[in-house]
Design a binder for this molecule. Sequence first.
Ligand code: PMP
Length: 407
Amino acid sequence: MLNVEKIREDFPILKRKINNRQLIFLDSASTSQKPNQVIESIKNYYEMHNANPHRSIYQLCDEATQLYEDARKKVAKFINAKPEEIVFVRNTNEAMNLIMHSFALPKLHNPSEIIVSIMEHHANIVPWQLVRKNNGTKLNFIDLNEDGTLNLEQLNNSINRNTKIVSLTHVSNVLGTVNPVKEISKIVHENGSLFIVDGAQSVPHMTIDVHDIGCDFLAFSGHKMLAPMNIGVLYGRKEVLEEMEPFMVGGDMIKEVTTEGVIWNDIPWKFEAGTPNVEGAVGLSAAIDYLEKIGMENVREHEKELTQYALEKLSEVEDVQIYGPTNPEVKGGVVAFNVKGVHSHDVAYILNDFGIAVRSGHHCAMPLMKRLGIQSCARASFYIYNTKEEIDALIEGLEKVKMVFKL
Ligand code: PMP
């Protein structure tokens, strides 16, 4: 059980008033709020240790290097990887772009195939469309079952000897579906394909062990797990990363440059050209400390409880349609819905009058919207600082939405 009241004390922004109401932040799937511990870690970095890492031997430089590399070790431990398998990037989008440029574009050609699912975020669709356009590879989309889970039978049937990459989200940012990535990993590897997991919505919310899952790549964003924006992670299995050429080149990613040529640095540095985001890494490290203190199993349990409660309450509201699984065991802390006859932006706009922040729109998942037969939807998403009372307020807000639209 989480001590949510105590946790909330750590998040200064939660004291804010919006339209004279206490802020109710139900959009952590977009980006999470940040605790004092993270904010302070960044302040302390700039007040005490700032320098450009890896570049000189004076003390501050050494300290900045140490902080940056310690953060890498912390991330590695958090997902049970080796430090050299952790590449710091800006976010999940950049991680996917790195795989596209450094692996897919140079290595995949017609008749190679890539498999994704219809529930993917654009970050896990658009790069593979570019590979299709450039290299003539095929891109197959796995469909959903009626309950919003992934159609594993179709995955099994679609995978074939030309399939080189299977790239799936661990948790859908719209449906909340938790995909059985460990099971899928076996299928993918039996076929000799690479398995990429989009962990943007899973790493912040549950225990993740890349060895247990067996994936080749895992991408996630710090800003969704209490850390600042612009620090993200690409985990890559050592052997795969070593085979790949960097796509961003220049400073700090080389061992030697002569007028004739270049020798790349070792992994992971060969993928990190230019001055890195040390403050981001420091903030991410503090965020992991914070989450580990709470315990990732407790984070997941808390969100399961909130999700179950939200599903129960929302299903009692007439004219509300919920998308995705209704079993919290296979659902992350994400509940997408529409109020019949009301655009999701109107729903979000009216909820804002009551200080409630929910996301509306297509959630960077336009193929999924089309599959669901909708233009957009609203989404409430939960994290460690959310309470059942906030869900009650959301339900009350939705009744107001219905009143405004005379439903
Ligand atoms: N994948 C999923 C499942 C996401 O939810 C998101 C963020 N909404 C992303 C990828 C992209 O994350 P970022 O914008 O941090 O690159």
